[in-house]
Design a protein around this ligand. Structure first.
Ligand code: AKG
Length: 258
């Protein structure tokens, strides 16, 4: 049901003008530690084959949100990207697992069920060079910075924040990563289902390199469209040249782990 819903919405997005279309974190299954094993699939598998077909039939790049992936080593939270010809051109496994404990609000331990990925993944399209992260990964400025240094102009984070951290941090983190690195940031969340075991904050969003939110959803299901003006990215970088002013020669030695 989720996959066919994604199929329909993706088609609508393309009819509406999308050339790169992205889906939410765990879009094919309920998000929760006890659900990952039940819904995990190999890659290629049923869901990713459907994603590949969606790319071909609509002639677009598809960033396939994420799915619980099963391979020999264990389970991962994995994003796949398909080119308009249906080829798998990128695969990213969430490298920072969502393990937090806010008593009385939310306790989540993704690492009870999943293994962390350990690779960076970016890919190039005719529209932009794009880096991938998943949800909790957005809290780690180093990941975004590494992608910026690799030439990424857009970072896409499929994600599903919750009713505690969503209102507090979701928009702030996206605007921070966009501004720190002077690039576009897009997040893609499931819509909110108040009856689900994990209630997502929603609010998929696109932020530009100046740190401005240029498009966003609220809690309900919505296709969010944004035009990426790379001219703006270059203007911001030229006018406020922090990326070339970084003292990379000094930072590493003075960054011990806390
Ligand atoms: O960082 C957060 O507050 C939420 C992260 C999350 O929901 C996730 O990684 O799936």
């Amino acid at each position: 049901d989720n996959v066919s819903r994604a199929q329909n919405l993706l088609h609508q997005a393309v009819v509406g003008g999308a050339e790169i279309a992205a889906l939410p974190e765990c879009f094919n299954s309920p998000y929760g530690v006890s659900n990952f094993a039940k819904y995990a699939e190999p890659i290629p598998g049923e869901t990713t084959e459907a994603l590949s077909k969606m790319a071909v039939s609509n002639g677009v790049y598809v960033v396939g949100g994420s799915i619980p992936e099963r391979d020999q080593e264990g389970l991962f939270n994995t994003t796949t990207v398909f080119a308009p010809n249906g080829d798998l051109i990128a695969k990213y496994r969430k490298m920072h697992l969502f393990d937090i404990d806010i008593p009385g609000k939310i306790t989540f331990k993704e690492s009870d069920a999943l293994m962390p990925g350990s690779g960076f993944t970016h890919f190039t399209t005719p529209f932009a060079t794009i880096g991938l992260g998943i949800c909790y990964d957005i809290r780690f400025p180093e990941l975004a910075q590494i992608y910026a240094h690799k030439g990424c102009e857009l970072l896409i984070y499929p994600g599903a924040f919750n009713m505690t951290t969503g209102p507090a941090h979701w928009e702030l983190l996206q605007r921070a990563r966009a501004l720190d690195n002077q690039l576009f940031v897009a997040t893609v969340s499931p819509a909110r289902d108040p009856d689900a075991s994990y209630v997502a904050w929603g609010h998929s969003m696109v932020v530009n390199p100046w740190g401005t939110v240029i498009a966003s959803a609220e809690a309900d299901e919505k296709i969010v469209y944004a035009d990426l003006d790379l001219g703006l990215l270059h203007d911001v970088r030229r006018r406020v040249p922090v990326l070339v002013q970084k003292r990379l020669d000094l930072y590493q030695e003075s960054t011990p782990r806390l």
